[in-house]
Ligand binder design. Structure first.
Ligand code: TRH
Length: 412
């Protein structure tokens, strides 16, 4: 539920600033862009989103003009963040640094000065509430760390805001109308047929099995594609159903894992191409904006997703999925994967939970047993589908990230 619009009267300007450094890929900008849009749309907050890489951003916001330093979409001001900052920073009510990105020195000095003046009662203007938006994790320690303050050299406190799956965490990004829009979409198959047409996909019939593939490079994907080429049935628990498999690959990293199968160099792959390989049809998709990407996930029978934002959107899609988690040093990502597998599996029957876990670990560990686990997993597709429908309600709990964030700011 969206709560009321925040009133933060003691600040001289009610706008919020979000700073985002694109480390790699699209997740950093993907998460901050979703949040910025939601805060603007549902809380009428004037948002300035500062981004250091408009090129990456333009992949998920095709209307963006990469050569323009200031522009506005979805009621969000998008600023190109150059070093040193060449657009005036005016302190607002809230300052969010995404994923511990280093803020420009002009910004930190300015808010430090504001703090000193306010403390000395030379100014009634408070410095902004300063937050570091962290990465999403289902690990237990998140609850204890969410919201903790850390004193900065300037004397201002910075708070660590941890998204998460529990009531004590910072919550999950989820727009207030998302589930309604998804349900409406999924209740009418014409929607997916129209979307596939719009994306230039041909030859997909209602009986076919459609899988979206947005992963990193992995030999597990190669093994699965080889299996899909040869398999001529998707086995249901009760009966084998003969189905052609369509794998939808948006342009990007997953393609590197199947070049040998396609028998073409990466440079020769173009959006709109189709490769018919035995029982498998591989379709090459353009990247779209986030709304279309969500609809794509809503429209497939199974999604392979990655990183942070597509991982969450696959959950909101209420469809079975595999999560290719962003690799971290010392295999720490496997700890994060296990933490999520534990919570996602709580209400699944033991054997299905076990298979889902094994498939995810095999995919992430490039284990050729992924095919064996996949075969078992797909035989439980209807159970997984039921689970996937209930999961979003359990996961979102009573409040989404934006509403918790707005409350957090009010009490900080
Ligand atoms: O792209 P990702 O792998 O991003 C990241 C970053 O690498 C980051 O550094 C890392 O720390 C983080 O993962 C965990 O995966 P992610 O998070 O799923 O982001 C992809 C975004 O791209 C997401 O917002 C959905 C969007 N997208 C579209 O809007 N249209 C598309 O067609 C596709 C394929 C994706």
């Amino acid at each position: 539920m969206a709560s009321e619009t925040p009133t933060i009267s003691s600040f001289h300007s009610p706008h919020w600033d979000i700073f985002c450094v694109v480390v790699d890929n699209y997740g950093d900008i993907g998460v901050t862009w979703r949040l910025a849009k939601q805060l603007a749309a549902e809380y009428q907050i004037d948002i300035n989103l500062w981004v250091d890489d408009l090129n990456s951003f333009s992949h998920i916001l095709p209307e963006l003009d990469k050569s323009v330093a200031q522009q506005r979409f979805h009621n969000v001001n998008i600023f190109k963040w150059n070093q040193p900052l060449d657009i005036n920073y005016d302190p607002g009510a809230v300052l969010i640094e995404a994923f511990a990105c280093e803020l420009p020195s002009q910004v930190t000095s300015l808010i430090g000065e504001l703090h000193q003046k306010h403390k000395a009662k030379e100014s009634i203007t408070k410095p902004p509430v300063w937050l570091n938006l962290e990465y999403l994790s289902a690990e237990d320690w998140v609850d204890g760390c969410h919201g903790l303050p850390s004193m900065q050299a300037s004397g201002i406190k910075k708070h660590f805001y941890f998204p998460g799956f529990t009531a004590k965490s910072g919550g999950l990004i989820c727009e207030s109308t998302l589930f309604k829009l998804r349900d409406e979409w999924q209740s009418n198959t014409n929607n997916k047929v129209a979307l596939f047409k719009k994306l230039g996909l041909t030859g997909i019939t209602a009986k076919d099995f459609v899988i979206s593939v947005f992963s990193y490079e992995t030999t597990a994907l190669t093994a699965l594609c080889k299996h899909w080429i040869q398999c001529n049935s998707i086995t249901n628990k009760t009966s084998p159903v003969s189905k052609r498999i369509h794998a939808l690959f948006p342009m990007g990293k997953s393609l590197s894992s199947i070049l040998d199968l396609l028998n073409v160099p990466l440079q020769a792959i173009k959006t709109g191409q189709q490769f018919c390989l035995g029982n498998l049809v591989i379709h090459i998709l353009p990247m779209t904006d986030q709304t279309q990407f969500d609809r794509l996930l809503w429209s497939c029978d199974f999604n392979i997703v990655r990183g942070e934002d597509s991982f969450l959107r696959a959950q909101w899609a209420a469809k079975p999925f595999i999560w290719h988690i962003y690799p971290q040093e010392d295999d720490y990502h496997l700890v994060k994967l296990q933490a999520f597998v534990n919570i996602y599996s709580q209400k699944l029957e033991n054997d299905v939970a076990n298979t889902w876990s094994k498939t995810n670990f095999a995919f992430n560990q490039q284990d050729s047993n992924v095919v064996e686990h996949w075969q078992q997993l797909i035989s439980a597709q209807s159970t997984l589908e039921q689970h996937a429908k209930h999961w979003p309600i359990d996961a979102k709990k009573d409040a989404d990230l934006a509403s918790r964030l707005v409350e957090f700011v009010k009490t900080s």
